[in-house]
Design a protein around this ligand. Structure first.
Ligand code: HEM
Length: 501
């Protein structure tokens, strides 16, 4: 008798699911946007593959640069190619400035951050506060500029020493962790006035968790489009729980800052943010808790991105030893061997800048921006996209658009140099890695300064080599950032070891 009831209940359940799907299919058929057929329940999730940005570009060849896919229960518009993406993000900047209300976005800083909040008057104020804090500690005047540069240089010289230690007796090592610590220390010094040792176990664990978050919430993350996955035990749910640790870390730091706060002395970015938000948050429609959210935004955004950029650069340097040699010769010629390179040398090191731009273009290591959503109905390429639609922006497709770049799949820094050997700034501005429009990255200037100085100091002080017989692969893992797979290098000191002043 029981089995009869269970059978009937199961049949009823499947009929219900079938009807639900049939409704969704019917709705799907009425869609105005082109796009691939979406399967029941999963939509196009199974078609994304290991590298969704490449799949998005392939789909663009078939359906055009604006098309629709379905992931779980969300209809998503994917934008591809330079022209369409700039048209959307720049000409229709307000319409494309929203953020979807994804579960992972609400988890970060309890929804109190700026990065994952949707477009509103309050968000605009929040972004302004974050932007002016960054400026105040990196470029507001010559003194802050100098302090900021010195911090990077100190971190870079420490990194040189760590690399040389790990290379003792010709050993090879994976530089990923050390690069993450170095980049994290720059942003932690700005935010908390404190740096951490490369061997600090607690810091190591914290960085690991931030990294896991980035790997899980890249565009195409299943838990966001199938929120019911959270109800079952699965690796993504455990990751959500583990993300509490970085939040607690920031909370603890801000508690310490509030306890020792002196309105006459602004020690670091946390003090600056506390002093604005604790005193007058309500003026901006924000609350005190937004201070924790803002600091978490800066730590989260400034850590994984810069270290991933450097991780790719070291890989490309060992893959192209002649290019590495050419960069070192240029640095020696401009800087000499008795002092370390500085940001002031940048205008004379065009080839190094060209190498940085080409790495950003070629690897497109932030392949798809943080997902956007539309704040009102909008028409792109004659296709109407309704308000509150989730939008994926395929930056990789801009950097590999054959209408913009000759041989986009070839790594060639010299494409950014003009006949005089200077950096072609117009071409460099076509590289899209920091996004564009209202949501463009607010850390662009500090990220560029960091990458330049780290790289110039590393190349001035060391030569990098790969293991004999091991050709480093350009394959990578997908997430908010694309990360190179495990590779090993060794560092050799070039002449005298210099310390930053
Ligand atoms: C090479 C390094 C970096 C890259 C490639 C990068 C790239 C990006 C990208 C693609 C976005 C998303 C834009 C969008 O959704 O359209 C973003 C947002 C953001 N970035 Fe960066 N970023 C880098 C470094 C930094 C640094 C160092 C900071 C600050 C310390 C920072 C702070 C932010 C913030 C706060 C946002 C959110 C902006 C918003 O939602 O309005 N980034 N970044």
């Amino acid at each position: 008798e029981w089995s009869g009831h269970i059978q009937a209940a199961l049949v009823a359940f499947f009929v219900f699911l079938f009807c639900l799907e049939a409704r969704l299919w019917a709705k799907n058929l009425k869609r105005r946007l082109p796009g691939p057929f979406a399967w029941p329940v999963v939509g196009n999730a199974m078609q994304l593959g290991q590298m969704p940005h490449i799949t998005f570009s392939k789909l663009a060849k078939k359906y055009g640069n604006v098309y629709q896919i379905r992931l779980g229960c969300s209809d998503i518009v994917v934008l591809n190619g330079d022209r369409v993406i700039r048209q959307a993000l720049i000409q229709h900047s307000t319409e494309f400035a929203g953020r979807p209300n994804f579960v992972s976005f609400q988890t970060v800083s309890g929804g109190k951050g700026m990065t994952f909040s949707s477009y509103s008057k309050r968000w605009k104020m929040h972004r302004k506060i974050a932007q002016s804090t960054i400026r105040a500690f990196s470029s507001a005047n010559s003194q802050t500029k100098e302090n900021f540069e010195q911090q990077i240089a100190a971190e870079a010289t420490e990194l040189v020493e760590v690399f040389l230690k790990l290379s003792a007796r010709g050993q090879h090592f994976n530089p990923e962790h050390e690069l993450t610590v170095a980049a994290a220390n720059v942003i932690c010094a700005l935010c908390f006035g404190k740096r951490y040792g490369h061997d600090d176990a607690e810091f190591r664990e914290l960085l690991h968790r931030v990294n896991m978050f980035g790997q899980t919430v890249g565009a195409g993350s299943l838990v966001d489009v199938m929120p019911w996955l959270q109800s079952f035990p699965n690796p993504v749910r455990s990751m959500f729980k583990s993300f509490k640790t970085p939040q607690q870390f920031v909370q603890l730091k801000l508690k310490e800052h509030r306890e020792t706060f002196d309105p006459k002395v602004t020690r670091d970015m946390s003090d600056a943010i506390i002093s604005v938000l604790d005193r007058s948050a309500s003026e901006y429609g924000l609350t005190k808790d937004n201070a924790e959210g803002t600091v978490s935004d800066l730590i989260g955004a400034g850590l994984d991105t810069v270290s991933t950029a450097l991780h790719w650069m070291l890989l490309l340097l060992v893959k192209h030893p002649q290019l590495q040699h050419k960069l070192q010769q240029l640095i020696d010629q401009v800087v000499g061997r008795n002092r370390l390179p500085s940001v002031g040398d940048r205008s004379s090191l065009a080839y190094l800048d060209a190498f940085i731009y080409e790495t950003m273009r070629f690897t497109s290591f932030v392949p798809v921006t943080i997902p956007h959503s539309t704040t009102s109905d909008v028409t792109i390429e004659g296709l109407r996209i309704p308000k509150d639609t989730v939008v994926f922006i395929n930056q990789w497709s801009v950097n590999h658009d054959s209408l913009m770049w000759t041989d986009p799949h070839v790594f060639d820094p010299s494409r950014f140099l003009d006949e005089q050997g200077s950096l072609n700034r117009d071409l460099a501005s076509n590289v899209m890695i920091f996004s564009a429009g209202k949501r463009r990255c607010i850390g662009t200037q500090i990220a560029k300064a960091e990458i330049f100085l780290f790289l110039a100091i590393l190349l001035h002080q060391c030569s990098f080599e790969r293991s004999a017989g091991e050709e480093p692969s350009l394959d990578c893992s997908y997430g908010l950032t694309l990360k190179p797979l495990d590779y090993r290098i060794t560092a050799k000191l070039r002449g005298k070891l210099l310390k930053s002043p």
